[in-house]
Design a protein around this ligand. Structure first.
Ligand code: PGA
Ligand code: ZN
Length: 420
């Protein structure tokens, strides 16, 4: 049974405080987990409890830490760690709000993940095996190699330019192909006189001026690294468009223009026509522009993958509304958007039952915790994005897949890109 639940304040990859939780079982097993934090967050995400005031620019999480050490510890003491849904429900009920604002989603998620780890340790099996079934599949990874939006000061409106190894023999082979392309991109950029310092997710942040200029650079890097764009290495975009949508004028402030929802759609259609290596667009429309997102799904959903992130916030209730309205055909899964492991699993199951693909995701503020790698394998999630081939808090997740692949000695299947 659970003996002690304890939290502390640690720091994330942006130097902001975050929660780390420890769960100790009566048999001595320890589970530890660190909580990530987003920058381009959706309005309806579960609440990240911050202290306010002067301490650490108001971003302290000492209240959340205290909630773990007092109320959550008192409630979970003596409870079995092996029924994840039940333990999570105890915390959800204890919190008592619809968005986890009383105890904090950062407090609850840290404990939720740490419990799964402690339970796996107690059974002496890896986390991916504890959380998953028998049919093990390694996901298709997406690497964010150029950073824009609120993740860098590159001045590019699109937040993420991702590469994925469509053709690969195994997970390692895919990572190697991206490592080659990433380093080739670095030399291409510096040859052209651009900066090669990196943004929040480890992608380069050159002042390229436009989306098309960035895509041109990617094509060049893929080719110079010896691969065929679209066939061997494909491209994906996350405009994170809620960040440049004006709720009052209902226009998108994009690349110096004020575009209507319709004009934005035409832009995307032309973009994927011109650059056929693009295989998915995430958050092409704002979380406040469901109509736009729906229309994009009607017009483009049979050709490319359209991922909903800010619009669904991993929330089963909001997502089911999206399913009914036929918005997007894929969903991003971020555990801290909803705040427990079992609710994240519920959303994944809902996606699967309704023909949506799922992509597990890191946050732009990350830690060294590799929980999402194991989680993606356990869920047979199909896809994951966890940053670039730089910054250890990103690369460490990919490294975890290499360890899992080695452990499985070729037994693991490889997820293939399902839509094109
Ligand atoms: P965030 O960005 O972690 O800053 O929210 C990630 C994303 O938009 O996919
Ligand atoms: Zn996103």
């Amino acid at each position: 049974v659970i003996e002690t639940v304890k939290a502390r304040e640690i720091f994330d990859s942006r130097g902001n405080p975050t929660v780390e939780a420890d769960v100790i079982l009566s048999d001595g097993s320890l589970g530890r987990a660190e909580v990530p934090s987003g920058a381009s967050t959706g309005d309806r995400e579960a609440v990240e409890l911050r202290d306010g005031g002067d301490y650490l620019m108001g971003k302290g999480v000492m209240k959340a830490v205290r909630n773990v050490n007092t109320e959550i510890n008192d409630t979970l003491k003596g409870v079995s760690p092996f029924d994840q849904a039940k333990v999570d429900k105890l915390m959800i009920d204890l919190d008592g709000t619809p968005n986890k604002s009383r105890l904090g989603a950062n407090a609850i998620l840290g404990v939720s993940m740490a419990i799964a780890r402690a339970a796996a340790q107690s059974q002496g099996i890896p986390l991916y095996r504890y959380l998953g079934g028998v049919d093990i599949e390694l996901p298709q990874p997406f690497f964010n190699v150029i950073n824009g939006g609120v993740h860098a000061d590159s001045g590019i409106d699109v937040q993420e330019f991702l590469l994925t190894p469509v053709k690969r023999d195994n997970f390692r082979d895919g990572v190697e192909k991206i490592a080659n392309t990433y380093n080739t991109l670095k030399s291409v950029l510096s040859k052209e006189g651009y900066e090669t310092a990196v943004g929040d997710e480890g992608g380069f942040a050159p002042k390229l001026g436009s989306t098309e200029a960035a895509i041109e650079m990617l094509y060049r890097a893929i080719k110079e690294a010896g691969y065929v764009p679209g066939e061997e290495i494909a491209i994906a975009l996350d405009p994170a468009s809620s960040e440049f949508y004006n709720d009052n004028t209902k226009k998108y402030s994009f690349e110096g223009k004020e575009l209507s929802s319709n004009e934005m759609l035409i832009y995307y259609q032309e973009l994927v026509r011109k650059y056929s290596a693009i295989i998915f667009i995430e958050d092409g429309f704002s979380e406040h522009d469901w109509e736009g997102f729906k229309k994009m799904t009607e017009k483009m959903g049979d050709k490319i993958q359209l991922v909903g992130d800010d619009i669904f916030v991993t929330n089963p209730v909001i997502f089911s509304e999206g399913i009914n309205k036929k918005v997007a055909n894929s969903i991003l899964i971020k555990l801290n958007q909803i705040g427990t492991v079992s609710e994240s699993i519920e959303t994944i199951k809902m996606a699967r039952a309704n023909g949506y693909t799922t992509m597990i995701s890191h946050r732009s503020g990350e830690t060294g915790d590799t929980f999402i790698a194991d989680f993606a394998v356990a869920m047979n999630a199909g896809q994951i994005k966890t940053g670039s081939m730089a910054r250890s808090e990103r690369v460490e997740k990919y490294n975890q897949f290499l360890r899992i692949e080695e452990e499985l000695e070729g037994y693991a299947k490889l997820a293939r890109f399902p839509k094109k």
